[in-house]
Design a protein around this ligand. Structure first.
Ligand code: PLP
Length: 286
């Protein structure tokens, strides 16, 4: 496969960046995760805008326009003959020295990797995920703003490790006040008495799949409410699901040993899963 690096397409086996790149040394950079369904890129402009917003927030100037970035993403898919794919644009502070000062980095590194991809949870969409609330805290808003999709994912990785160790498929991360923030790579929703609740985005990434679910729920006459939620609300919900570019809409049927609702993916979750699939297959940039 071919990887886009700074405007050139390099065979994957030769695709490399310097060990002096601050993306590698310090996680100094930003990224996106984007899906293509049947050759069409889902919400491409939204993802490109979020990439540029993340970069702006860390004072990283991407050496392409948003239009050029969107074109490069589509070109990378086309050059690799990919129709159902996951695309990962990455922009780092670039080559510098061993010090952390970004002034030493003259030029950001721009990378686009695309791979063939289907929904990440396989057979779990039918039975539901097991989620585990973890001890790692989403430290927002005290530290890194949660809407920067930066290369610093260690917090999320530690959450995933803890979920793995405890036999879960996904982590539930609380903030320092004990409020639900998000999963390691997705947003969390709970349904109670036919209404859908999700945390406001002060302590989690403003997910593009989350946004699509808001639209689909509205279209189907389902009310969505953004509010503070605690673990109690999840444990006692009728249905719980997560949303993300990789996960799509995925049911959660067990949390910390508690069976959620009927223990099977619930009717509203299933309705939204189907609606999301239809939207993903029928929209997007060719
Ligand atoms: N939260 C985190 C920490 C993520 O990394 C992601 C994935 O991008 C999400 C939520 C879900 O966002 P989206 O639906 O835009 O993929």
């Amino acid at each position: 496969s071919l990887i886009y690096i700074d405007g050139e397409y390099v065979p994957a086996e030769n695709a490399a960046v310097s060990v002096f790149d601050h993306g590698f040394l310090y996680g100094d950079g930003v990224f996106e995760g984007i899906r293509a369904y049947g050759g069409r890129v889902f919400r491409l402009e939204d993802h490109v805008r979020r990439l540029f917003d993340s970069a702006q927030a860390i004072m990283l100037c991407i050496p392409l326009s948003q239009e050029e970035m969107a074109l490069a993403i589509r070109d990378t898919l086309r050059k690799n003959n990919l129709r159902d794919a996951y695309v990962r644009p990455i922009v780092t502070r670039g080559y510098g020295d061993l010090g952390l000062d970004p002034l030493k980095c003259r030029k950001p590194t721009v990378i686009i990797v695309a791979v063939e991809w289907g929904a990440m949870y396989g057979s779990l969409y039918e039975v539901g995920l097991t989620a585990i609330s973890v001890s790692v805290r989403r430290n927002a808003p005290d530290a890194l703003p949660p809407n920067i999709k930066s290369l610093n994912y260690l917090n999320n990785i530690l959450a995933k490790i803890e979920a793995n160790v405890k036999g879960g498929n996904e982590a539930i991360i609380l903030d320092s006040q004990g409020r639900i923030s998000e999963g390691s790579g997705d947003n969390i929703f709970v349904i109670k008495n036919k209404k859908v609740y999700t945390p406001h985005t002060l302590n989690n990434l403003k997910g593009i799949t989350r946004e699509a679910v808001f639209e689909l729920a509205e279209k189907n006459g389902i009310e969505v409410i953004e509010t503070d939620l605690g673990l109690f609300d999840l444990y006692t919900g009728d249905e719980v699901f997560v949303t993300g570019t990789a996960a799509e809409v995925a049911p959660v049927t067990k949390i910390d040993g508690r069976i959620i609702g009927s223990g099977k993916p619930g009717p509203i979750t299933k309705e939204l899963m189907v609606a999301f699939r239809e939207l993903a297959m029928s929209s997007g940039t060719p």
